[in-house]
Unconditional design. Structure first.
Length: 236
């Protein structure tokens, strides 16, 4: 069974349910407070997970302090981990952290165009230019919940459009709820092993978590389960 290491910062609040979702998909997991993090912490992991929440209260900007702490404790160890075949997943605040760690294509996640916190379900679609190992077991369109105030992805010039064409933008909103450039909901790196997304897959693991009590979906689980299961199979 692949092992997932979930980094917990002050303010991270989605680590427990993310760990449960990973375990249901066939991982072993460990939630590690960042105070205990050191380079050797990554030695037995095949996946590093930055869970959702509000690390350090988003007091400076979302994910910024978490990025600085991670960099100070790990140096280049995280980049080496990915280069040697490791996987890294960032959900919501974790996506914000990954962008600042320069593990994803360049872009910033800033306040939604509405200026408000968004908590709702959103439609999503995969891009076809480059398959993501995190999305292999998901259909072309599906839905997940989002909960963020700073989820609007912005890029320089035509970068966002190029990410869509190249497949680095692995996931798009079907209805651009936060104003992200080119409706980008998730990014992946060149290898596909690093993936960040604003929606919360860990919040739709069971069918009963859907807002429609009559939802069937012709599936055994909620859509989020299949994202974690896709990663599990990619690590086989």
């Amino acid at each position: 069974m692949p092992h997932a290491l979930l980094l917990k910062f002050p303010g991270t609040n989605c680590d427990a349910e993310t760990a449960r979702a990973l375990e249901a998909a066939g991982f072993t997991s460990e939630v590690l407070p960042v105070a205990l993090l050191e380079p050797s912490s990554l030695d037995k992991a095949q996946m590093i997970v930055f869970s959702g929440g509000f690390s350090y209260g988003d007091y400076v900007m979302s994910g910024r302090i978490a990025q600085l702490i991670t960099k100070s404790k790990l140096g280049d160890r995280l980049k080496d981990f990915v280069a040697k075949g490791g996987y890294a997943l960032g959900i919501c605040n974790g996506f914000q952290i990954l962008t600042q760690l320069d593990l994803l294509p360049k872009g910033s996640l800033i306040h939604n165009t509405s200026g408000r916190f968004i908590c709702r379900w959103v439609g999503l679609k995969k891009t076809s230019a480059k398959a993501s190992p995190y999305l292999s077991k998901l259909p072309e369109t599906f839905e997940l919940p989002v909960a963020h105030a700073e989820g609007r992805l912005v890029t320089e010039g035509s970068d966002a459009a190029n990410y869509v064409k190249s497949g680095h933008a692995a996931l798009l909103y079907t209805n651009n709820v936060n104003g992200s450039t080119s409706a980008i909901a998730g990014l992946q790196d060149d290898t596909g092993r690093v993936f960040g997304l604003m929606p919360h897959p860990e919040r739709f693991i069971f069918k009963s978590q859907h807002y429609d009590p009559d939802w069937n979906g012709d599936t055994q689980h909620g859509w989020g389960h299949y994202l974690f299961q896709s990663a599990r199979e990619a690590l086989n």
